[in-house]
Design a protein around this ligand. Structure first.
Ligand code: FMN
Length: 286
């Protein structure tokens, strides 16, 4: 049996949870093959080589980032001769996931996936962090939190383990279908939220710039998931395809990428353990 942990992570939170899940599953000794890889290097049609998928993404505007939506669109429907794939979902968020799990599973349901369970994990908000001073209360809490134990993810792993054991005794995957989470409150506020977000995104995207500290190392060019950044005639240019994942800002070794003046001399986040390295993540080709 083969299980794929497939994820997108802008600033390291989701990548961290994906590795937490991988380590925990491997420790269980369930004699299954576990592969973990990010969507940026994994061809979508290859999902059909797996029996189970654990799919993770960060919450943006109570939904998934554009890059994730586009990826889900590119996953082909189940080839006729294959069995449906069991899908678990994990999301990381600053405060609320709204109905993102439900909405994103719906993007896959008709393609031949069976929903088996999910978890929403509260993590430091990568959006708020770039506007905060290093000594702010929120930053200190983010840095001091113990990320070695995440009880909600442990419960999620228990669910995965239970399903794996049952499937191994050759029971039909559809039997274990789980109910999709639904937040009625979010359904009501989400249109308003969306509108504010669209306006805000439009405003912020136009204000991306590099300051005098930029040394043209081109790390941002290499790690942008939307290939939105380029070096042209010694100028760093931001195009219009940004999905505001903020990877470039948090990762710039010179802290030289700014959104207007809002992020100058503010905090930068490198994931829960401070060791998120997108370049390494992108080299782990499947
Ligand atoms: C553009 C943007 C929008 C966000 N919108 C939400 C949101 O609607 N709800 C929420 O709880 N967190 C929101 N967040 C916070 C992220 O979901 C959270 O920091 C997540 O863990 C980031 O994961 P990553 O480090 O894997 O990219 C947003 C972050 C960004 C950058």
């Amino acid at each position: 049996m083969k299980l794929l942990i497939l994820y997108f992570s802008g600033t390291g939170n989701t990548e961290y949870v994906s590795s937490y899940i991988e380590d925990s599953l491997k420790k269980l000794g369930l004699s299954i093959e576990v592969i973990r890889v990010c969507i940026e290097v994994f061809p979508p049609e290859k999902v059909w080589d797996f029996d189970l998928i654990c799919f993770g993404f960060p919450i943006f505007d109570l939904d998934s980032p554009e890059v994730v939506k586009k990826y889900l669109e590119r996953i082909p429907s189940k080839p006729g001769e294959l069995l449906p794939i069991g899908l678990f979902m994990f999301v990381t968020m600053g405060y609320s996931a709204g109905n993102a799990i439900r909405r994103n599973f719906k993007r896959l349901e008709k393609k031949g996936f069976v929903f088996l369970g999910s978890v929403a994990v509260k993590m430091p908000g990568s959006d708020g962090l770039i506007m905060l001073n290093e000594d702010s209360k929120y930053v200190k809490e983010a840095l001091e939190r113990n990320y070695d134990e995440i009880p909600e993810v442990d419960n999620f792993i228990d669910r995965i383990k239970e399903i794996i054991i049952k499937i191994k005794s050759k029971r039909d995957i559809a039997q274990f279908k789980s109910k999709l989470p639904l937040s009625v409150g979010s359904l009501l506020i989400s249109p308003f939220f969306k509108l504010v977000y669209i306006i805000l995104i439009g405003y912020l995207k136009k204000r991306f710039r590099v300051d005098e500290n930029c040394i043209r190392c081109e790390l941002c060019v290499k790690i942008c998931p939307n290939h939105n950044i380029s070096l042209i005639e010694d100028e760093i240019i931001f195009d219009k395809k940004c999905s505001l994942c903020l990877r470039c800002i948090h990762q710039c070794p010179q802290h030289a990428i700014q959104i207007g003046k809002y992020t100058v001399n503010k905090f930068r986040w490198h994931g829960p353990k401070g060791n998120f390295k997108p370049l390494k993540m992108l080299k782990e080709v499947y």
